[in-house]
Design a protein around this ligand. Structure first.
Ligand SMILES: [Zn+2]
Length: 402
């Protein structure tokens, strides 16, 4: 692990060695960031040096852990110009392995787990992180122990089982799943790769920030809109911008970071509106966007700080607005988004209406996953929204389904 200088606590600044597997700061439970000697990298790791490299997140190898990557081709996803809004780009994360941005974080986390010699990894997940963990564990020949709510989208459960993961369905929320991982990990010898409870998922997800900059020709957009459950994507991108500035790839300019939540589970939007720097646990969290059903994010203090520093905002959209946006995106852009991604379009419309963003502002909308992961959810929603059609009708004496 020569390339990692140390791990740094985001709360107290304590420096911790990365020679052994670490979770969170032992003093205050703060999230640990991986720090590299960027000044030493600066002369050779230039933007121009990326030319011709592998089109995956591992093209940024110098700012990722130095270990043999466990890779399935994650990252370097398309940055599509919107057909509807000339200044908007859609970052299409649905094309990642296992159909979501979660592949990036799990590729990095499983790479390091394997390098450390860990054998059994465990995580609670609302769905997509579970699939990603299961796939990368299969590729790395490690055991995956997954706890997901029993109402998680069907695709994720089927995927996890196919990858050979140990799946426990929980009658509760992701917070209940997290508690079960916590209660069993010591006894079972699991390493907990929960969101922000180990330092490397952020490292994988930060590559989205590198890609935004590279794919837009090293020009920062005016805004980035991101669906925010655990918030690691937002946190990772912000870390990437800081690293890129130290490397001399970009200046001090930053996009306005926007966190989108569902109105049935909006702890970050509520804390933002109330001017607080921590969230409160959101009771009875409910939304069809499974990835946004996170009642309290471990890194809430980091998310709220980034929103403030970037001049951004947090807002919530309803499930109805999400479903309308999902259908609209599919028909107008040819993009079948996950509900979490569709929430971003719903948010963009609101921010245009309120003139937070103007028509000429370059804004990147993140579709974090493929709608194909949510066929059961989307189909059920469609049936609920539409008036019931008769299952069969009679024409000229022939009875049959049409
Ligand atoms: Zn600390």
């Amino acid at each position: 692990m020569a390339r990692i200088a140390y791990l740094e606590c985001t709360k107290c600044g304590q420096q911790i060695s990365a020679d052994q597997p670490q979770t969170v700061c032992p003093k205050d439970g703060g999230v640990l960031y991986v720090r590299y000697d960027l000044q030493a990298l600066k002369p050779t790791f230039t933007a121009a040096s990326l030319f011709g490299r592998t089109p995956s997140m591992w093209r940024y190898a110098e700012v990722l852990p130095e270990a043999e990557p466990v890779t399935l081709g994650e990252g370097f996803t398309p940055m599509l110009p919107s057909r509807e809004y000339p200044s908007v780009y859609i970052k299409e994360e649905g094309l990642n392995p296992t159909g979501s941005f979660k592949a990036r974080g799990m590729s990095a986390a499983v790479t390091m787990a394997k390098a450390y010699g860990l054998k059994k990894l465990a995580a609670p997940s609302a769905g997509n992180a579970a699939s990603a963990l299961a796939a990368y564990c299969a590729a790395a020949e490690l055991e995956a122990h997954i706890f997901m709510p029993k109402d998680a989208p069907l695709a994720n459960r089927v995927e996890c089982e196919s990858y050979g993961a140990h799946v426990t369905l929980v009658d509760g929320l992701i917070s209940d799943c997290a508690r079960m991982v916590g209660e069993n990990k010591e006894k079972e010898g699991w390493f907990d790769v929960s969101t922000l409870k180990e330092p490397f998922r952020v490292e994988g997800k930060k590559t989205m920030g590198y890609e935004v900059a590279e794919q837009l020709g090293w020009q920062m957009p005016q805004g980035i809109i991101y669906p925010t459950g655990g918030g690691v994507g937002l946190i990772g991108m912000w870390k990437a911008f800081d690293e890129m500035q130290q490397l001399g790839w970009i200046g001090p300019e930053r996009p306005q970071m926007v966190a989108v939540q569902a109105s049935g589970c909006a702890p970050v939007a509520k804390a933002w509106d109330e001017g607080r720097n921590h969230t409160q646990f959101w009771p009875n969290a409910s939304t069809l966007a499974a990835g946004l059903r996170v009642p309290k994010a471990y890194g809430d203090y980091l998310i709220l700080d980034i929103l403030k520093k970037s001049g951004g905002v947090a807002l919530a959209v309803t499930d109805e607005e999400i479903m309308n946006a999902l259908r609209h995106w599919a028909r107008v852009e040819g993009i079948f988004a996950a509900p979490e991604g569709a929430a971003v379009l719903a948010a963009y419309r609101k921010l245009r209406a309120s003139e937070f963003f103007g028509a000429d502002d370059a804004v990147v909308l993140f579709n974090t996953g493929s709608g194909l992961k949510y066929l059961d959810v989307i189909d059920a929603q469609k049936k609920q929204a539409e008036p019931q059609q008769p299952a069969s009708r009679q024409i000229a004496g022939i009875i049959g389904p049409y």
